[in-house]
Design a protein around this ligand. Structure first.
Ligand SMILES: [Zn+2]
Length: 454
């Protein structure tokens, strides 16, 4: 949920009324002082990322649509609409039975009294910038974005539904808003920030996984030479960041699993003392585990990691449908060529929040003492959701999956902290503590140190 953009548009009075009871609930649910469970804290956060300036530039925001100029009568209507934000009454600007989407709870409000009451809480000085419109006979609409004062930043989208009165004047019959969330990858995340977040959570050490494999994502269309160079530069940036905190952080190079330059970059990274492994991402590279050429490339990649004694953290889930058959291919045909190195399966090998049939393929292999699973580990990055939306049955299923694999093979991790999107490690650990594991089990998970850090 995005609270902050709303707060900018609705006066704090409304926000506080809604937030206060939640704060009281949260306090009641907190562990009692002196509870040992609250004192259990992970030693290591084993799936963290930074964000480089080059990464920010690689993912530019969607550019705004061009502004359209409206026919004078619609332009006038929009200017009248701007004036009543924070300053009702609206008079006959809206139709008598108009509906407006209240922003805080997203519910419809119907009729002029309710619209006036809602608009009284909106900020003044909002600019409605039209991007598209249509007016045909007695109906029409205007769509666009809302900005504050002279700012060019677009914070809300709006659509106004219009109706023309018998007398000829246009009125607003409906108004909808959607919040434009902050850009998830909009600014750099440096090692300083990560260490501060680890401190805040009481976590001693972090594993920083370079996202250099992004430069191998085919959607960017880099040539092999460009991809190789940009991957190297990004990995070196990550290593330089990690080097500021030698007692706290280790690095994993990021390498696209299909790239021609993969094995050379793995060999290069193996010579960098701060680098303990390689992070790779099947979905990002559009890996198809049924494609023999991809399998050959993946085997070459994992063999290179094995030959260079570097652990691998793998986002094994591919794009689209990831079915147990594919997890089995990964285990049988890919991981099997790297028997000597730890392989950490990111996100439990599943979709966020659900260890599933794919996780079970790996868990079955471990339970059967399959030699190919000897060095398999898992991170629970984003497995327990921080928004509390998982039911107690779902949390029990996660706990059961962790027990089946063995808690000594499970590492804590949280991915990149993104404002309004992915909270810092402290919040993630609070969520993990809610799993129905015993204190002793939770302590095992918390005290795990991945083999590549020993
Ligand atoms: Zn990640």
């Amino acid at each position: 949920m995005q609270i902050s953009p709303l707060r900018r548009f609705i006066s704090l009075t409304v926000t506080l009324i809604l937030v206060y009871p939640v704060a009281i609930l949260a306090q009641n649910a907190a562990p009692k002082p002196g509870s040992r469970r609250a004192d259990i804290v992970p030693l290591v956060a084993a799936h963290q990322h930074l964000m480089s300036p080059a990464g920010v530039a690689l993912l530019p925001p969607e550019p705004p649509l061009a502004t359209v100029s409206l026919p004078p009568e619609l332009d006038q209507l929009l200017r009248r609409r701007e004036k009543v934000s924070g300053a009702p009454p609206t008079g006959d600007l809206f139709t008598e039975d108009a509906i407006i989407q209240e922003l805080q709870e997203g519910r419809w409000q119907k009729g002029r009294d309710k619209i006036d009451s809602f608009l009284g809480f909106m900020e003044k000085n909002l600019r409605y910038v039209p991007s598209a419109y249509s007016a045909d006979g007695s109906t029409g609409w205007i769509a666009g974005t809302i900005r504050e004062g002279t700012s060019t930043e677009e914070t809300l989208n709006f659509v106004l539904g219009l109706r023309k009165r018998a007398g000829g004047a246009w009125q607003i019959a409906s108004e909808v808003f959607t919040v434009i969330p902050p850009r998830p990858y909009g600014k750099p995340v440096l090692a300083d920030q990560l260490v501060e977040e680890l401190d805040d959570a009481g976590i001693q050490r972090g594993v920083v996984l370079s996202t250099a494999y992004w430069w191998g994502d085919p959607r960017h269309g880099f040539s092999t030479a460009e991809g190789a160079e940009k991957t190297r530069i990004e990995n070196d940036w990550t290593v330089a960041q990690v080097s500021k905190y030698p007692d706290r952080l280790v690095a994993f190079c990021g390498v696209s699993p299909l790239a021609d330059y993969g094995p050379a970059e793995i060999a290069r990274c193996a010579k960098i003392p701060q680098v303990k492994g390689i992070k790779t991402h099947f979905a990002n590279a559009r890996v198809d585990l049924r494609n023999p050429d991809h399998i050959a490339r993946l085997r070459r990649f994992f063999r290179a990691a094995n030959d260079n004694h570097l652990a691998v953290v793998v986002h094994a889930r591919t794009r689209g449908e990831f079915v147990p058959e594919l997890a089995r291919i990964a285990l049988d045909s890919v991981f099997s060529v790297a028997p000597d190195i730890p392989i950490q399966i990111a996100h439990m090998g599943s979709t966020a929040g659900k260890p599933d049939e794919n996780t079970k393929v790996f868990a079955d292999a471990i339970a059967a003492k399959d030699p190919r699973a000897k060095n398999l580990y898992f991170d629970i990055t984003q497995t327990v959701l921080t928004d509390g939306s998982q039911t107690s049955e779902q949390l029990a299923q996660i706990a059961a999956a962790l027990r089946r694999i063995g808690l000594e093979r499970i590492f804590f991790g949280t991915d990149m902290t993104l404002p309004g999107n992915n909270p810092p490690p402290r919040e993630h650990w609070k969520a993990v503590r809610r799993l129905p594991l015993t204190d002793a089990e939770l302590r095992v998970l918390a005290s795990n140190v991945p083999p590549y850090m020993k």
